[in-house]
Design a protein around this ligand. Structure first.
Ligand SMILES: Cc1cc2nc3c(=O)[nH]c(=O)nc-3n(C[C@H](O)[C@H](O)[C@H](O)COP(=O)(O)OP(=O)(O)OC[C@H]3O[C@@H](n4cnc5c(N)ncnc54)[C@H](O)[C@@H]3O)c2cc1C
Length: 460
């Protein structure tokens, strides 16, 4: 008797594993296929010489208070993931040769006198905004909204940086409502953190939930094709074999799902055109070094080189134009200060990530990153045991989507009612990822996509 499942999930990223956990806990007989040998997609971790290294993610906006924790609660194990919050010390900023805490007071101190009042007004408006007012801002670019308060370039640079960190899209296309909701959630929860065991512990925990509730996860198992017959999804082909299900949910790239795995001939022309025209979030290049001593007690440092405002703006322009600048602002994270168990005793992992574009000369970007680390930690080079780099090209090979950071960009033309939905025009074929439905930052966008879809599928 050939196998038949209630649901087959294609892809084991956060969206796929979270949905799998929720559906399995809800009693469904399900199969999840993942093409890689490790679970988690952009949120996976792997081991190297006694260290645990994340493929992508390094900070989770809401930790247990957000959708990632909600999946655990709904799967009946609220404490399955142990979170370490980004406090003691809190996130820092390195500017003008000094590292200091990054908080609202520090932000205000950094600003020129004339910028303080407009920034306070922006934050006050964000805090008091009604749902109706937010609803009117989905399709307004963040840049236009800020310009409605002030022409101040320092304030715009601050929001450009925050928008880049949260949504990974520039403020002239980012949705104001989506940005504000993310920022408000962060300010209210004050709960950004990182899981003990590394980022990959989250999808690994969700995989455990799937198996605990009787579901099946197959690694090293690329779905070759989504089978559509009589205008409905019937199953998948993996390992040359047809596996049937009542429905198929794809956690893979929406473009790959529609144009390649299912085949565009099964969809209306307007839908195919819409999918083809979707744009992704930006890209990041990361240098990750293992060092033989504990060089810092900081967890996260936002690094800005010691340059004038004009020079910094020129660097931003070069990065958005896909060029390598001589130096760059970026984020340093030290995962071993969240969880020392990610390295052998007395050793540290230090990462530096910067915005970039695909298909660059990566040796140049590695040098930019190393120079930034040396600026903050002058002796670091003497202590490096090994270095690895993760470029957008690596991320593309690993998880697809042209190696972008988040998924389909949360831009004014791809948000709210303009965002791809979980449902597709093909009956019983769904999407679940940071590319369909959902709300929030990165992994939380993918997890909220899963929660929304699980609610629909379990109630139908
Ligand atoms: C460098 C970097 C830094 C980031 N930093 C953060 C951060 O600090 N905080 C944060 O919250 N988010 C961060 N993100 C974003 C976050 O990782 C992603 O938004 C999120 O993990 C996307 O999850 P997903 O479920 O949509 O898809 P993905 O993670 O892309 O998962 C899709 C899965 O589908 C699999 N797949 C594809 N095709 C097939 C097939 N044919 N058969 C079987 N399997 C298939 C892939 O192998 C992959 O495992 C970062 C991402 C990157 C790259």
């Amino acid at each position: 008797m050939p196998e038949k499942f209630d649901t087959i999930i294609v892809g084991g990223g956060i969206g796929g594993t979270a949905l799998g956990a929720l559906l399995a806990a809800g009693g469904q007989n399900l199969l999840l296929t993942e093409k890689n040998s490790i679970i988690g997609g952009r949120c996976a971790s792997y081991r190297k010489d006694g260290f645990t290294i994340d493929v992508g993610v390094h900070l989770f906006g809401l930790s247990d208070k957000g959708p990632l924790g909600e999946v655990c609660r709904r799967a009946g194990e609220p404490d399955a993931i142990e979170w370490v919050l980004a406090r003691n010390p809190r996130v820092a900023v390195h500017r003008g040769g000094r590292t200091q805490p990054f908080d609202r007071e520090a932000m205000m101190r950094e600003l020129e006198e004339k910028s303080v009042a407009p920034l306070a007004e922006i934050f006050a408006r964000i805090g008091q905004m009604t749902t109706a007012e937010l609803d009117s801002l989905w399709y307004l670019p963040l840049k236009s909204w800020i310009e409605g308060f002030t022409p101040d370039r320092n304030i715009m640079r601050m929001f450009t940086m925050l928008c880049g960190i949260y949504l990974c899209v520039p403020p002239d296309s980012a949705s104001t409502a989506e940005f504000i909701i993310c920022l408000r959630d962060l300010l209210q929860a004050r709960n950004s953190g990182y899981p003990k065991g590394g980022s990959g512990i989250i999808p690994q925990t969700y995989q455990r939930f799937i198996e605990k509730y009787g579901g099946t996860v197959r690694l090293n198992c690329p779905t070759e094709r989504i089978v559509i017959e009589n205008e409905r999804a019937k199953g998948i082909v993996a390992g040359g074999e047809l596996i049937e299900a009542d429905r198929v949910v794809s956690n893979a790239d929406i473009k790959c799902t529609v144009l390649e795995l299912a085949g565009d001939e099964h969809f209306p022309r307007e839908y195919v055109e819409k999918v083809r025209s979707l744009t992704y979030a930006a890209h990041v290049f990361a240098l990750k070094v293992a060092i033989d001593e504990v060089i810092t007690d900081q967890k996260m440092i936002m690094y800005t080189p010691n340059l004038t405002d004009e020079e910094l703006e020129e660097i931003e322009r070069q990065i958005f134009a896909g060029q390598a600048p001589p130096v760059a602002s970026g984020m340093i994270c030290v995962p071993t200060n969240f969880d020392p168990g990610l390295a052998p005793p007395g050793k540290q992992l230090v990462f530096f990530g910067i915005g970039t574009a695909p298909h660059q000369e990566w040796a140049t970007w590695e040098k930019i990153c190393l120079d930034a680390l040396k600026d903050v930690f002058p002796t670091i080079e003497e202590h490096i045991i090994w270095k690895v780099t993760h470029s957008p090209d690596d991320i593309e090979r690993f998880a697809g989507e042209k190696g972008n950071v988040i998924g389909v960009g949360q831009t004014v033309d791809q948000i709210h009612e303009k965002r791809p939905t979980h449902e597709t025009p093909v009956k019983d074929l769904y999407l679940c990822s940071a590319e369909a439905g959902g709300h929030g930052i990165g992994t939380e966008l993918a997890a909220s996509s899963a929660i929304e879809l699980a609610d629909k599928l379990l109630s139908s």
